[in-house]
Ligand binder design. Structure first.
Ligand code: ATP
Ligand code: MG
Length: 374
């Protein structure tokens, strides 16, 4: 057990690293983070921010030099840097989990080899294969294998008509565009001693490839929730992940299909800070430190709505308008510059039901928009 007072390192100091660090500090741990930016969101809440790229072996070595355990808030970290960390302190999740998950093609092939359900896909290793794209049918989705997030790795749908460089170089996954009944996610925590906790599913709504809002627990049929939790748990065990694993799922014709795995805290569980006995960030700390895992029981249905950079144009929104509903909270990540599509923060709301929480949070977000339009 790595007990409070010890030092935790986190690779990546974005909003997930920031919220992780706050939970760790609440519990009395010290935190060191590595991030390419001196203005990383985690900077004000960590004991030490090491500024360096996520493939900078020397910087990773400096991070780990005083750490008792190291974790990640992002999966796309260079193998050499991970190896440098692992030589000095336990890295949770392990480099092999990160290697499976960080590349979308490897991830899909691993899911397939292990018999987990997913939609039709093809992997292309030296540029997009025209035959694969045609075989997936109209409107298929091509995604870059490494480094895509918030829909940014998805190539334009009119690709076929263009001479995009993706036709000749790069590694991709091409997927059939599925008609989704719903999107849900399930977060699983596993500790080195093998303890597992499975969170209630979250219901997620994406707009233009980016999570727009999420409700926790997902207001879905209990049998579907149980199936989703069993699937996520089986994936976490097969992958042998230590720490967190979020499984993004599509519901298509009542069936569950895996969209994507993330071995870290996840945007769709930000509501856990208010709605569950144990937040995802605290559970992450407990899991990697091999402390007993906390309860994932629901205290109150919670919804979150993301605040993207466009809401800062031409100037920062009037958060007072969102807070007119006393059930609403504002969560900001301390990012100095707002860009279109950049996650700047989120709103959360609680309610007697998930639907009520969602209405409250969307109304609050709408009041920000109303302010913008005035
Ligand atoms: P994030 O960082 O938000 O997880 P991402 O860039 O990793 O996003 P995906 O998770 O692959 O991208 O896709 C983002 C969203 O795009 C999905 O949640 C879904 O709404 C939509 N989408 C992706 N693939 C498909 C598909 N094959 N069929 C239908 N919709 C899809
Ligand atoms: Mg995704």
């Amino acid at each position: 057990m790595i007990v409070p007072g010890a030092t935790i390192g986190v690779l990546g100091g974005g909003q997930l690293g920031r919220m992780f660090a706050m939970a760790a500090r609440n519990m009395g741990y010290r935190v060191r983070a590595l991030d390419p930016s001196p203005h990383a969101p985690a900077r004000p809440v960590v004991d030490k921010l090491i500024v360096g790229a996520l493939d900078d072996v020397a910087a990773a070595s400096r991070l780990v030099s005083r750490c008792d355990v190291v974790t990640v808030e992002i999966e796309n970290i260079a193998t050499d840097a991970l190896a440098a960390v692992e030589r000095v302190a336990p890295l949770r999740p392990s480099p092999s989990v990160l290697a499976t998950v960080r590349d979308r093609a490897t991830q899909r092939e691993w899911l397939q080899a292990n018999g987990f359900p997913q939609g039709p896909f093809e992997t292309c290793t030296t540029g997009l294969d025209r035959a694969a794209v045609l075989a997936m049918g109209p409107g298929c989705i091509a995604k870059v294998a490494v480094g895509g997030y918030d829909g940014r790795g998805q190539l334009p749908p009119d690709l076929l008509a263009t001479d995009h460089p993706a036709w000749t170089t790069g590694r991709f996954v091409v997927e059939q565009r599925l008609t989704l009944d719903r999107e849900i996610s399930v977060l699983v925590a596993r500790s080195p001693s093998g303890a597992v906790s499975v969170f209630p599913p979250a219901l997620n709504h994406h707009e233009r490839g980016v999570l727009a809002w999420s409700v926790l627990p997902a207001p879905i049929e209990p049998a579907l929730a149980v199936r989703a939790q069993e699937l996520a748990r089986a994936i976490a065990e097969a992958l042998d992940v230590v720490g967190l694993l979020c499984v993004e799922l599509f519901v298509v014709g009542g069936e569950l299909l895996v969209n994507e795995l993330a071995p870290r805290p996840h945007n769709s569980y930000h509501g856990s800070e208010r709605g569950l006995v144990t937040s995802q960030f605290e559970q992450h700390v407990r899991a990697i430190c091999d402390l007993p895992l906390g309860s994932t029981d629901v205290i109150v249905p919670t919804a979150i709505a993301n605040l993207l950079g466009e809401r800062w144009e031409p100037s920062a929104p009037d958060f007072g308008a969102a807070l007119l509903d006393p059930n609403v909270r504002v969560h900001l990540y301390g990012k100095a510059t707002a860009r279109t599509g950049r996650k700047m923060g989120h709103l959360s709301a609680v309610g007697a039901t998930g639907d009520e929480a969602l209405k409250r949070v969307l109304d609050a977000a709408g009041r920000l928009d109303a302010w913008l339009k005035r």
